[in-house]
Ligand binder design. Structure first.
Ligand code: PLP
Length: 473
């Protein structure tokens, strides 16, 4: 397909000359002399071009999207309607007095998030999960500074999301990795061995990235706190536990949530997100500013926190994501609990159906996601997980997350979310069974997939070494 520049045929869609602002006051030397090299196409042709491009993309509206750890649930369209209401179209520099409705929404969102997490104070400012992690790590760093302790290390299990060690490092900590045990959980003995007065915190994900609940979490939090250390909870995927338990009950001091995953904002491709961070009482003065407060009459942004780490993002954060999350939470109400139930049920259903055909490294009840592997197919038929993932694309399915977590060879990490019904899950099972069978009967077909997508097999080495950023036919 040609780019929009190559398609340009000199047919202006609209005539801008009538609406051009008066620019006679601008000095001559800064005015453009040549014609601006914009493509010229009729409005209809432009629409067709972009529609065609968007049709080439895969999205949740097109089919099943079980991308583990990414929670690609259905994002209700009413969220978009609400986020686009005139009153929420707020200018970054709006004064508090003129932003009462927006601040009220933020204030209420803070409160419901505190109820969901069990924590005592929260910031809505960070703009992504990784940003929330770094904010949380900076809070922990500052906490130890304020109590006069020099703690330099953060413990992270080997199953953690890659952003965890990156965030700890960026906040100035050294990362100590600990191995998981044969149940896919933190090995308490390994933890005890690295615990000393240098340790500031442990970063945990629970359920962890294998989709397994850390049964020893209370023992771990007791150990950490006895050691004077803190516990950080990566709550990017909160889908498994909402309404059943919370990080506070598990003994955590800091938690971040990805509003754009659990609370339904379309994400991926680096789009806007919100990685809110909630903390317990003893850390609340260290949160970044502003915090939204209410004095009985007026909502306002509080900048005056005693030990605040300062600004992590300007203005109102990613405000439209906050609107979507608040809309979703209000819409679900107490039914948020059923989100968790169905997310967990769907994952266990798929796991049980698929384990006859694919290796299941940890045969335990799972939470909202689980990990199977393509090891059997690789050994017996020479077809690796990468090829299985590509073959799924021919079945109108987005591939699961592959080769993560790193501790599982040939991993396929599957997260169906609560949005899907049984018929859709059964279809996915059938597709996976068919691929497993084709690995035996016609491995060449799987190896050469995908066959039906707009872009076929990609030469990944060339793509990485010589990226061609203009898409051409
Ligand atoms: C997605 C994810 C993150 C990072 O979130 P971003 O918004 O992509 O920065 C961190 N931890 C876990 C477990 C995740 O799934």
């Amino acid at each position: 397909m040609k780019t929009i520049f190559e398609k340009s045929n000199g047919n202006d869609g609209i005539n801008l000359t009538d609406s051009v602002a008066d620019i006679t006051f601008l000095p001559k030397e800064i005015l453009r002399q040549d014609k601006l090299g914009l493509p010229q196409l009729s409005e209809l042709e432009v629409m067709r071009h972009y529609k065609k491009l968007s049709d080439m993309n895969f999205c949740i509206e097109k089919g099943f999207y079980p991308l583990g750890s990414c929670t690609m649930k259905y994002n209700p369209k009413v969220n978009e309607l609400l986020a686009n209401l005139d009153g929420f179209n707020i200018h970054p520099n709006t004064e508090d007095d003129d932003a009462q409705g927006c601040l009220e929404l933020m204030y209420n969102l803070q409160n419901v998030l505190l109820e969901i997490t069990g924590m005592d104070a929260v910031t809505l400012q960070p703009s992504a999960g990784a940003h929330g992690e770094m904010t949380g790590m900076m809070i922990i760093k500052k906490y130890f500074e304020t109590i006069g302790q020099n703690r330099t290390k953060v413990i992270i299990p080997d199953s953690a999301h890659g952003t965890n060690p990156a965030s700890a490092k960026m906040a100035g900590f050294d990362v100590v990795e600990i191995k998981s045990n044969d149940k896919g959980q933190i090995d308490i003995e390994a933890l005890k061995q690295v615990l000393n007065s240098d340790v500031a915190a442990i970063m945990m994900t629970n359920p962890n990235t294998l989709g397994i609940f850390e049964e020893k979490v209370l023992e771990i939090s007791e150990l950490m706190h006895k050691n004077g250390s803190l516990l950080y909870y990566d709550g990017a995927n909160f889908n498994a536990i909402m309404g059943y338990t919370n990080p506070k009950l598990m003994g955590f001091d800091v938690v971040h949530l990805n509003l754009h995953k659990t609370f339904s904002t379309p994400h991926g491709g680096g789009g806007p997100g919100a990685g809110v961070v909630a903390v317990t009482d003893k850390l609340k003065d260290i949160l970044p500013v502003p915090i939204i407060k209410f004095n009985g009459k007026k909502y306002y942004r509080e900048y005056n926190l005693q030990n605040s780490i300062g600004n992590v993002k300007d203005f109102f954060g990613n405000f439209s994501v906050l609107v979507r999350a608040y809309a979703y939470i209000l819409m679900m109400g107490k039914n948020l609990k059923h989100v968790s139930e169905n997310a967990v049920l769907n994952a266990n259903y798929l796991k049980e159906k698929l384990k006859k055909y694919y290796n299941l490294p940890y045969d335990e009840p799972c939470m909202h996601e689980f990990v199977i592997t393509g090891e059997k197919q690789k050994e017996e038929n020479g077809v690796s997980t990468l090829h299985i993932a590509k073959a799924l694309m021919d079945g109108n399915t987005h591939p699961p997350t592959v080769y993560f977590p790193l501790i599982v060879h040939e991993a396929l990490m599957i997260e169906p979310t609560e949005s899907e019904n049984k018929e859709r899950l059964d279809e996915f099972v059938q597709t996976m069974i068919q691929i497993a069978e084709e690995c035996k009967s016609d491995p060449q077909k799987v190896l050469s997939s995908p066959h039906t997508t707009p872009v076929k097999k990609i030469d990944e080495v060339t793509a990485a070494r010589h990226p061609d950023l203009n898409f051409k036919e």
